[in-house]
Design a protein around this ligand. Structure first.
Ligand code: NAD
Length: 449
C-alpha cells in the first residue's frame, strides 16, 4: 500500500471509467449516477489496463440472465399483496452463480445487476469456484410479520426455483434476510424440487440445518483479516488504532466486535436509528446486545455505558484512523466524504461511495480498500458451507477461520501486487486481481461453439 502522498497522484477509477468503447457497443449510457454503470466502468477500466481480450470485456459488461418475477402473498389481514422479485445471474465462467438475496423497499434491477457483477469479481479475487449472482424482493421485512416473511420467502423461491439449484445458482443472505429466511428458502426448494438432500441450494443457513460454523461473522471477520494485512503499511496496528463503523447489522456489528477484540477502539457507530460515540471506545458487546433488544442503537447513550448520542454530521466528522462503511450502497456522497476524518476506509458494504465521494477522498489522500476485497469473507465461508453440504461434512470453527484467513490474506496480497505492478489505486488493483483469473479461465475454455 502506498502512503497518502502517493495516493494523491493516483487517478480514481471512477473519474476515468467510462471511456471504454464497450459502452457504445452495448448502447450503455455513461451515467455515473447509475450504480451498475459505475461498477462496469471500474471493471472495464481495470480490464483495459490488464489488456483483457475485448470479447471478454463485452461478456462481463452485461449479466447473462436477468430474471424478474411477480408473485402474490396472503397477508395476515386476509388480503393478497403482489411482490416483485429479482434474480440476476451475472457470470458463471468460474462455477455456479453465487450471491445474496436482499429484502428491502428500494431493491431495483440496476442495484441487483450491480451487486451481481461485484459477486463475480469477489469470487474470482478470493479464488473460489463460483460465478456472480444477486437477488432481491422489493419489500420492507421490518413491516412484515414472521408468517408473512415466511410466505414471501417461500413464494419467491417457487418463482425462481427453475433457475436455481446447488449446481446452478446458490443464493445467500444479504441486507434484510437472515439465517431463518435461508432455512425457509432451503426447505421450500427441497419440497418443490423433490431433492430431499439439497440444502446446498442456499448458504447462510442455521448451523443445525447445514449451516457452517463461522458464517454469521464471516464478512466482518474478512474485513478484519484484510485490515490485519494492510494496517502495518500505514504504520498502524489494531491496538494503536481507532475506528468508526457505519451500519450495525450483520457485517457492521461483527466487524466492530472483532476490531475491539483485537484491542482497537471503536469510537463511533451509526445505524438507521441513530449514532453513538465514546472517545475511549464503545463497549461493543453491550452495544450489540442493546441493538438486538431494541432493533437499533438509538437510546444506547441512556445505558450506563458512558456512550453519548451524536448527530449524523458529528458521526461522519469523528477523527479516527479507520472508517468502515457497513450499511447500504452509495451512502458516502461528496458531502459525507468531505466530513470524513480518517486515514483508511475499509469497504465492508458493497459500493458504499458515489464517484464524487470517492474522488473527494482520493484527492485528500485517504486510502480505500475496495469492497470486492474487504467484503469477500461472507461468500468465502458460504463456499465452505456448500463444500460441507456436498460432502456431508462438518468443519470445526478453527478450520473455517483458518481457511477464511488464508483466502483473505492471499486476496489482499494479490491486490497489493497488482497495485505495485500496474501503479494503480487499490480498487483497480483488486479488479485486476479478479480479472486475471476470469480471463485465464475464458482463455482455456474458449467460447462455445
Ligand atoms: P443488515 O441488514 O444486517 O445491516 C444493515 C445495517 O445498515 C443496519 O444496521 C442498518 O441500520 C444500517 N443502515 C441502513 N440504512 C442506514 C442509514 N440510512 N443510515 C445508517 N445506517 C443504515 O445488512 P448486512 O448483511 O450487515 O449488509 C451490510 C452491507 O454489507 C450491504 O452492503 C451488504 O450488501 C454487504 N454485504 C453483506 C454480506 C453478508 O454476509 N451479510 C456479505 C457481503 C457484503
Amino acid at each position: 500500500m502506498s502512503t497518502s502522498t502517493d495516493n494523491a497522484s493516483i487517478v480514481s477509477p471512477t473519474t476515468e471509467i467510462m471511456t471504454s468503447t464497450v459502452f457504445d457497443e452495448l448502447g450503455l449510457e455513461r451515467d455515473s449516477d447509475n450504480i451498475y454503470l459505475q461498477i462496469i466502468g471500474a471493471m472495464l477500466h481495470a480490464a483495459e489496463i490488464l489488456e483483457v481480450p475485448h470479447h471478454i470485456q463485452l461478456i462481463l459488461a452485461q449479466p447473462k440472465n436477468e430474471i424478474m418475477v411477480h408473485f402474490p402473498v396472503l397477508m395476515d389481514n386476509g388480503n393478497y399483496a403482489l411482490f416483485k422479485g429479482y434474480r440476476v445471474q451475472h457470470n458463471n465462467a468460474l462455477g455456479p452463480y453465487k450471491g445474496g438475496i436482499r429484502f428491502h423497499p428500494h431493491v431495483g434491477l440496476d442495484d441487483v445487476k450491480a451487486l451481481s457483477a461485484l459477486m463475480t469479481m469477489k469470487c474470482s479475487l478470493v479464488r473460489i469456484p463460483f460465478g456472480g449472482g444477486k437477488g432481491g424482493v422489493k419489500c420492507d421485512p421490518r413491516a412484515l410479520s414472521e408468517d408473512e416473511l415466511m410466505r414471501v420467502t417461500r413464494r419467491f423461491v417457487c418463482a425462481i426455483a427453475p433457475q436455481i439449484g446447488p449446481d446452478d445458482d446458490i443464493p445467500a443472505p444479504d441486507v434484510g434476510t437472515t439465517s431463518q429466511v435461508m432455512a425457509w428458502f432451503a426447505d421450500t426448494y427441497m419440497q418443490i424440487s423433490e431433492q430431499t438432500n439439497a440444502p446446498a441450494v442456499v448458504t447462510g443457513k442455521p448451523v443445525e440445518f447445514g449451516g457452517s460454523l463461522g458464517r454469521d461473522k464471516a464478512t466482518g471477520q474478512g474485513v478484519i483479516d484484510v485490515l490485519a494485512e494492510m494496517l502495518p503499511d500505514i504504520g498502524l496496528t489494531f491496538a494503536s488504532s481507532t475506528c468508526s463503523v457505519l451500519g450495525f447489522g450483520n457485517v457492521g456489528s461483527w466487524a466492530a466486535k472483532l476490531y475491539s477484540e483485537r484491542g482497537g477502539k471503536v469510537c463511533a457507530v451509526m445505524d438507521h436509528t441513530g449514532a453513538v460515540y465514546h472517545k475511549d471506545g464503545l463497549d461493543i458487546t453491550a452495544l450489540d446486545e442493546y441493538a438486538r433488544d431494541h432493533h437499533g442503537i438509538a437510546g444506547f447513550e441512556k445505558t450506563p455505558s458512558g456512550a453519548e448520542a451524536i448527530t449524523e454530521e458529528q458521526f461522519y466528522s469523528v477523527k479516527v484512523d479507520v472508517f468502515i462503511p457497513a450499511a447500504l450502497e452509495q451512502m458516502i456522497t461528496k458531502e459525507k466524504a468531505d466530513l470524513l476524518n480518517c486515514k483508511l476506509i475499509a469497504e465492508a458494504a458493497n459500493a458504499p461511495m458515489t464517484p464524487r465521494g470517492e474522488r473527494a477522498l482520493i484527492a485528500r489522500g485517504i486510502e480505500i480498500l475496495p469492497a470486492i476485497l474487504c467484503s469477500a469473507g461472507g461468500v468465502t465461508v458460504s463456499y465452505f458451507e456448500w463444500v460441507q453440504n456436498r460432502a456431508n461434512q462438518y468443519w470445526d470453527l478453527e478450520k473455517v477461520d483458518d481457511e477464511l484467513n488464508r483466502h483473505m490474506v492471499l486476496a489482499a496480497r494479490r491486490t497489493q501486487l497488482a497495485r505495485h505492478r500496474f501503479g494503480v489505486d487499490m480498487r483497480t488493483a483488486a479488479y485486476i486481481g479478479a480479472l486475471e483469473q476470469i480471463a485465464q479461465v475464458y482463455k482455456v475454455r474458449g467460447i462455445f461453439p
